[in-house]
Design a protein around this ligand. Sequence first.
Ligand code: TPP
Ligand code: MG
Length: 729
Amino acid sequence: MARAEIVHQNFRRRVAAGDLPEGARPTGSLNAADAVAIYRAGCLSRALDRTSRAMQRAGQGFYTIGSSGHEGMAAVAAALRVGDPAFLHYRDAAFQIARAGQVPGQTIAWDMLLSFAASSDDPISGGRHKVLGSKALNIPPQTSTIASHLPKAVGVAYSLGLARRKRPERQAFADDSIVMCSFGDASANHSTAQGAFNTAGWTAYQHVPLPILFVCEDNGIGISTKTPSGWIAAGFSHRPGLKYFACDGLDIYDTYRVAQEAAEFVRKRRQPAFLHIRTIRLYGHAGADMPTTYLPVAEVEAEEANDPLLHSVRLLTEAGALTTDQALAIYDETLARVERIAAQAITRPRLATADGVMASIVPPRLACGPAAIASAEAREAAFGVDFKAMSQPQPMSRLINWALTDLMLDHGEIVMMGEDVGRKGGVYGVTQKIQSRFGADRVIDTLLDEQSILGLAIGMAHNGFISIPEIQFLAYLHNAEDQLRGEAATLSFFSNGQYANPMVLRIAGLGYQKGFGGHFHNDNSVAVLRDIPGIVVACPSNGADAARMLRECVRLAREEQRVVVFLEPIALYHTRDLHAEKDGGWMSLYPEPAERVAFGEVGVLGDGQDLAIVTFGNGNYLSQQAELRLKADGIKARIIDLRWLAPLPEAALLRAIRGCKRVLIVDECRQTGGLAETLMALLVERVDVQMARVVAKDSFIATGPAYAATLPSAEEIYQAATTLVASVQ
Ligand SMILES: Cc1ncc(C[n+]2csc(CCOP(=O)(O)OP(=O)(O)O)c2C)c(N)n1
Ligand SMILES: [Mg+2]
């Protein structure tokens, strides 16, 4: 017999016989009505688990990870406020149900069943996934990557403190809220989780407000691997900056009492706490997982004998809140009700088309007031001596700095964060002086952890800030990629556009640094960014474009809630000259603050018809050098700077090459996974042209004299262009 059926029959038989497991008597201040409400939430959670399995067997439900054994989380919900944002473990249906009970007009059973049925009516994900989550209940949906929600929960907690000092345009959470985030005992070991605990502790250790309640639901196992006995307590009871609380999740009175104490600690002290709640796991991990295939039957049965709902019935009867008959009636009625509602839910429509599935990849636009432009006086005061330097052409690093300064002036809710962005002003000086202009609140020197930087950015965005995080080098994005790929980019998708985490992630990257670096400072692969649905990848090649594009990127974040990556070619940061020493050919004047390059607009230099060179970043610089030689040979070329690497600016590109029979693609990324692959595919599909490409080798980058040996050179571009023109008449 399936374990779910055994647990169900045990419950009914034992309650009817008054055969209830032993335990402590009810303690604390939980009153009868609230205790019964918590029990009801547990019964509903249990009934939903049971019904979801029946739905799956009937082909009407699709994913059955359950909450059975974790019903005590309803008591944690009761100890918190509905306005406290909650980032939940996948076993927290009882939490969400209990919270829904605190908000009038909720139809929680119906909502959850629609989610199980993958109906497009599902109010959280629109039928895209079985996730917990609800906008009205302040529960953002989570993906199922273990612990990936912890860094952003820390970010939201940080934003609560900051919002008291700097009001964002659209503050989402009240000043006195606290953040709750929950996870399993095995998940607590994940480096992402450990990073989040460390960041919370590191922050609180410095007396910075960080009101977060971590809740570890310790059922002693992760799929089939046991957590060593006592490991969670040993690991968390004496951690700096993290106050430890423990409770028995089988006992709703104890859980409510301790959760309240922990929540009060966090709310009053604005410091992080760790609530270690003992739970059990009934019916294995998920779906077809059979715990008896890797655990002794006696052990599984011993867990089942400790069913938290049985404990609740005992406690409620001891407290005089319910009789066993009443408790059994609630259980039975709840199950019958859920079955009735499920029969309706499975008739509701499901997603069927690609357009339907994809409708929420790009978040909806927000109605925003016009972007402010600071007065000349305010700008002069902020820029100081730099204001005068604006009349002279400058290299890209300065123009990015100035664009950031103007954006910070115009939008009080922009916050920058990263390793060394503040006091030092970045490895290359790009963010110099910005912290002294705007304060350490808005230009945050973070600890050394890329996941925490992105988590902070995502969390701040949840509370109405516009985050401009920085990853120091492209190669270090890979540490933290999941925060972008699995969290930031998926949020709108899984919440049907109800949640978004707009940001502009600045990353210094690409190759060609002379005398510095080797591969980790010269990573020339953007493959990992280009295939993330919905994100925008921008890559300027010169200072004027960088300033104008950065403004557009902030507009995309603020007005369209987009996740944008702004990839800055390091080798061009300080480049001044183009063809000859002191020609100043790669410097530009700072564009007026209102000027922008529209999303999807490419840069076109020249109108030659012999050849179009399609490129970006350093490739544009090198192509311009090659073009001078081509011109001397009588070859008339035009150079198209893509500027936007994802999504590809297809329409603008096709317009820009019109009239050219030959296209040379210059891609400083590797032959495999670089842009040339997709550009050639696009051109093959859409136009009749002759093509060639100059790309980087499939190699990591060396340091020393061979720093550019594997990358396209101006000479190679010249040669390839000449060959292409000669071979196609
Ligand atoms: C990064 C990542 N690795 C692996 C998994 C697969 N996985 C899903 S749940 C799980 C076990 C988690 O156990 P625990 O944290 O104790 O939670 P429980 O299921 O016991 O409540 C694993 C390994 C995942 N979802 N994400
Ligand atoms: Mg576990």
